[in-house]
Design a protein around this ligand. Structure first.
Ligand code: GLN
Length: 474
């Protein structure tokens, strides 16, 4: 256990001399060492982190420190940090070093956070179990025979096992919310465009969003308040003002109307998860929250639409890894075309190749109309479903995942089964809306259960407020 619950308490204790930031950072490194078997980190930045700790500790004492002073943060290894490795857990980028820093990471540094290292993930963020990493599996801290979820599995495991205060993740179809649920922690995927993607390695550009994992709602809100906002370096970032998420947490007794969509409680949902969500709903009702039924009839097409559109975008985005521009180059080739082919064949893992092939197929002449164009239309309909629902309710409560954490190897030979894991999370990315995972209990095996709350675009604050209410009363 850490000697503080959230960042404000930590800063207080550093100020009063009860905690030394230097010792705190060292204790994280020791703990990471003790939990090496979890394989949560690809790289550690010990020297930099300790140097930063001394600087920030002084700033805190002098009263000149930033909003995230002393918060120890891990960064998913798909985000750039100048002069640091950026691998996306892929052999094709095994020896690549970033030449600039992602806006999100820079904003954390500017507010005096301490960056401790880069976390393991599925290769190019494609996966739901962290089994597609060139750096090996990450283990679930609750049960080491099980997956931590994916693709941000290292970030989730690191926060859950207290190997950092907060970790950044990315969510293209659930890669923050699903591992947060499997590891029993908070995780938020913001509105598309709320956070700059500059410096994020693209998987599916119209879906990718950067968010974070935390053990407390306050930490999550504090980090999102810093990371959000317009960035001239990302034209898809929104100019909308960023609300003071942390200050608004004090409105946590504000009662929202909660939508329940039957479409999210159908076949395949574990009865134990359903029971936990029902219990939460009852608790909210007893405490004065209104509920209303909503329908999201196009939900049944989310997995199909998601895997058509994201593979299409991935096939285009990943064309840049050709052995000439970035990273790994095969030595086995005599002609240029062979060099491209061999570099990609040797550099990419199986799942990434599967997605490039699927994406190339759905974009090819003759199939474009049948798959890609149709999926775009379905995407619009899914968005309309949500627009209609949010006319009636403030937010929608669903399970985050159909099951709790599964065994390592259990789904690896059946990609479709693996993709079905994303059944409740992909819709938020198709619609561009924010979503959050809130831990709500354990199943009979002691594995964490998560509830998902979805809100309309730019309504992150409502999600933080209800999460805070659940955190302190449930
Ligand atoms: N599991 C989903 C996929 O494999 C989501 C990935 C993500 O959100 N990065 O595509």
């Amino acid at each position: 256990m850490l000697p503080y619950k959230c960042i404000s308490e930590k800063i207080q204790k550093i100020k009063s001399g009860e905690i030394s930031l230097n010792e705190n950072v060292i204790s994280f490194f020791n703990k990471i060492d003790e939990h090496k078997d979890l394989n949560a980190y690809n790289f550690l930045f010990k020297e930099d982190a300790l140097k930063q700790a001394v600087l920030v500790q002084n700033k805190i004492k002098q009263g000149t420190a930033g909003k995230l002073a002393g918060m120890v943060i891990a960064v998913k290894d798909v985000l750039s940090m100048k002069d640091k490795p950026l691998t996306c857990s892929s052999n094709i980028l095994r020896d690549f070093t970033s030449v600039y820093t992602a806006t999100t990471v820079q904003k954390l540094i500017d507010e005096d956070a301490v960056i401790i290292g880069k976390t393991n993930c599925d290769e190019f963020a494609m996966g739901s179990s962290n089994e597609n990493s060139a750096f090996g599996n990450v283990l679930n801290p609750y049960d080491k025979t099980r997956v931590p979820g994916g693709s941000s599995g290292g970030s989730a495991a690191a926060v859950s096992a207290r190997l950092c205060d907060v970790a950044l993740g990315t969510d293209t179809g659930g890669s923050i919310r699903q591992p947060a649920s499997f590891c029993g922690i908070y995780g938020v995927k913001p509105t598309y465009g709320r956070v700059s993607r500059y410096g994020l390695t693209a998987f599916a550009s119209s879906f990718d969003s950067i968010g974070c994992f935390a053990n407390s709602v306050e930490d999550m809100a504090a980090v999102m308040e810093v990371m959000s906002g317009r960035d001239e370096l990302d034209t898809t970032s929104s100019p909308n003002d960023v609300p003071p998420y942390t200050a608004e947490l004090n409105n946590a007794d504000k009662k929202f109307t909660i939508g329940i969509a039957e479409d999210y409680f159908g076949d395949g949902l574990s009865p134990e998860i359903k029971k936990a969500i029902d219990k939460l709903l009852k608790h909210l009702k007893v405490n004065g929250y209104e509920t209303a039924a909503v329908t999201l009839p196009y939900s049944k097409y989310t997995i199909a639409a998601y895997y058509i559109l994201t593979t299409a975008e991935a096939s285009s985005n990943l064309a840049r890894y050709d052995g000439a521009h970035y990273g790994f180059r095969s030595n086995e080739s005599s002609a240029l075309i062979d060099m491209y082919r061999n570099s990609r064949t040797e550099g990419f893992g199986t799942e990434v190749k599967r997605r490039i092939m699927l994406g190339t197929y759905v974009l090819s002449a003759g199939y474009y109309d049948a798959y890609y164009r149709k999926a775009q239309k379905v995407r619009r309909l899914i968005k309309t479903d949500f627009d209609n629902a949010f006319q009636k309710v403030d937010m929608i409560l669903t399970p985050t995942t159909p099951t709790t954490a599964f065994k390592i190897g259990e789904n690896i030979s059946d990609p479709l089964q693996m993709y079905l894991n994303d059944i409740y999370t992909t819709s938020a990315n198709l619609a561009g809306i924010p979503g959050i995972n809130v831990p709500v209990g354990k199943d009979s095996k002691g594995l964490p259960i998560g509830a998902q709350l979805l809100a309309g675009q730019f309504n992150e604050s409502k999600l933080f407020q209800i999460a805070k209410f659940i955190e302190s009363t449930f």
